[in-house]
Design a binder for this molecule. Structure first.
Ligand code: SF4
Ligand code: SF4
Length: 314
């Protein structure tokens, strides 16, 4: 799924053009949880809603008896920025990284394809491939989930609200001795220490898509139609493999189909974050008909004519 762009780009774009024609559906509210939990799904969450100024006691260090326990059998979803950072650190391509260290999965709430770290052992209960006796071997580039832990984050977006409202909660797993330590910090300090800001900034568009897909799934949009297999494939490509998506944008008919100005095209050649942001914009347009990217006028007219024809219109 994560390999190089397909050779049937015409077909793909043709299909995507049609999907972009779907009518948008107004929604009253979008609410979704983006959790950051390294354990299995039945995790114990402290129901107290925390703000950046709220304090909690927690410290993880080699002296705890549970050292490395949470790096075994963990359920770690990789965000687009996680894959980018880890593949760079390991000096391999995102495609090689995905093949070697991940398993494909569907995001449970959004029904969109994602990648998770492939845990060791036949049953997936073994160690994370980046775990060693001394701790995490990719610590500086560890995934967002590992940075957030033991905090989880909830994102809430109300209709007519410009941004997204985030709040936090504590995850308290029995085996985690970190909660018995006396180091006190507030949520904001902890997040700064863990370096989550870049991850939140670069991943925000991806989280927005997951949130919206999840709420539309619950509320029956768009038009009750699930994304096509081709759309799912392109979502996975755009959100997991920067190099392959860059090739797709620069070497397919993408730039002949969509309005992307010359300066942006130059940026896309070298700026990985710009490639990810374009991917999010494209997917928001394809999945939700958001005006995040514009089709070129003649392409749009052609797509409208084709849609009218397929509906039997004169
Ligand atoms: S990436 Fe590092 S911190 Fe995260 S589970 Fe693996 S070894 Fe542990
Ligand atoms: S204290 Fe918690 S986070 Fe640290 S190693 Fe133990 S289980 Fe993992």
């Amino acid at each position: 799924m994560s390999d190089t762009p397909r050779t049937t780009e015409d077909e793909e774009l043709g299909e995507l053009d049609m999907e972009a024609m779907r009518p948008s559906t107004e929604r009253d509210m979008e609410v979704e949880v983006f959790d950051a939990v390294r354990g299995q799904s039945a995790f114990p969450v402290d129901p107290v809603r925390l703000t950046p100024d709220d304090t909690f006691e927690f410290e993880c260090h080699k002296g705890v008896t549970c050292w490395n326990k949470c790096c075994h059998g963990a359920d770690i979803t990789l965000t687009p920025n996680c894959i980018l950072r880890l593949s760079k650190r390991l000096e391999i391509t995102p495609a090689e990284f995905l093949l070697t260290y991940t398993v494909p999965a569907m995001h449970e709430k959004a029904d969109l394809p994602i990648a998770k770290i492939k845990m060791g052992g036949d049953d997936g209960r073994g160690a994370c491939p980046f775990n060693a006796a001394e701790g995490c071997t990719v610590y500086e580039d560890r995934p967002a989930t590992c940075r957030f832990y033991p905090l989880g984050m909830v994102s809430v977006k109300m209709k007519d609200m410009d941004g997204v409202d985030d709040f936090f909660f504590l995850v308290k797993e029995d085996h985690c001795q970190g909660h018995c330590q006396t180091k006190s910090q507030n949520v904001g300090e902890f997040r700064e220490e863990q370096g989550v800001e870049e991850y939140e900034r670069v991943n925000r568009g991806w989280i927005d898509i997951l949130m919206k897909a999840a709420s539309w799934k619950v509320m029956g949009g768009p038009g009750g139609k699930a994304p096509s297999p081709q759309t799912l494939k392109m979502f996975f490509l755009a959100t997991t493999d920067v190099q392959a998506f860059r090739r797709f944008v620069l070497e397919s008919r993408f730039l002949q189909t969509y309005e992307v100005d010359d300066r942006a095209v130059e940026m896309l050649k070298t700026d990985d974050h710009a490639v990810l942001l374009l991917g999010y914009d494209w997917m928001k347009n394809v999945l939700f008909n958001e005006p995040t990217i514009s089709m070129k006028e003649q392409v749009l007219q052609g797509a409208i004519a084709k849609a009218r024809e397929s509906m039997g219109a004169a």
